[in-house]
Design a protein around this ligand. Structure first.
Ligand SMILES: CC(C)(COP(=O)(O)OP(=O)(O)OC[C@H]1O[C@@H](n2cnc3c(N)ncnc32)[C@H](O)[C@@H]1OP(=O)(O)O)[C@@H](O)C(=O)NCCC(=O)NCCS
Length: 170
């Protein structure tokens, strides 16, 4: 699987040794408020296994996000498109103490470049709950525009999206 470097981030494959750090990130209710119920430690293990399996099956998926300066795991950014999903979704989730530094946008920009320039995918979406204003702002900064609505998450979600032709012009 590909790794990506940005100015401040290293995006790499998850590994089993990430379990403690990733479980700690997911244990914060503020972090998981818009992405589902808080994960128990066994659920977090299964989630890591799913993310690695997704790469195996699709050739793209979620990266573990490391702070390059410290080497610490600080979240996940990348793609999610299980069977039946409304599109190729780009998502982001960072530890609470990392918010507000532009890191989600920085990592997601590199992920978009990978999927458009390397994989030549035509279209990327982000499913975002209407009240998740920080996430909407990240989508907008990436050049994504509101394209519709979905109930893929079991609740109402906005569908933001960007086509490859629009990418780089934002
Ligand atoms: C969404 C998330 C990844 C954003 O990470 P981040 O690194 O802080 O994002 P960025 O700094 O790149 O950009 C956030 C933008 O939202 C803005 N923002 C943050 N909170 C806001 C709020 N309450 N109201 C309005 N704007 C807000 C920031 O000002 C920034 O915009 P700006 O650059 O124009 O000032 C982070 O909040 C998170 O992990 N949330 C929990 C998981 C989650 O909900 N993921 C998305 C599921 S769709």
């Amino acid at each position: 699987m590909n790794t990506l470097e940005t100015e401040r981030l290293h995006l790499r494959a998850f590994r089993e040794t990430d379990l403690d750090d990733y479980a700690r990130i997911c244990a914060n209710p503020e972090v998981v408020r818009h992405v589902g119920a808080p994960f128990s430690r066994p659920e977090v293990w299964l989630h890591i296994a799913m993310m690695l399996g997704h790469w195996q099956l699709r050739g793209y998926g979620m990266w573990a996000v490391e702070d390059r300066a410290s080497g610490a795991l600080i979240g996940r950014i990348g793609f999610y498109e299980p069977e039946g999903w409304p599109g190729l979704e780009l998502g982001w989730m960072l530890a609470r103490d990392q918010w507000g530094r532009g890191l989600a946008t920085e990592g997601a920009r590199a992920a978009l470049a990978f999927v458009f320039a390397t994989l030549h995918k035509p279209h990327v979406i982000s499913l975002i709950r209407p009240e998740n204003v920080a996430s909407i702002r990240v989508a907008e900064k990436l050049g994504e525009r509101l394209q519709g609505h979905s109930r893929a998450l079991g609740v109402e979600a906005l569908v933001y999206g960007i086509r490859r032709e629009e990418w780089g012009t934002a």
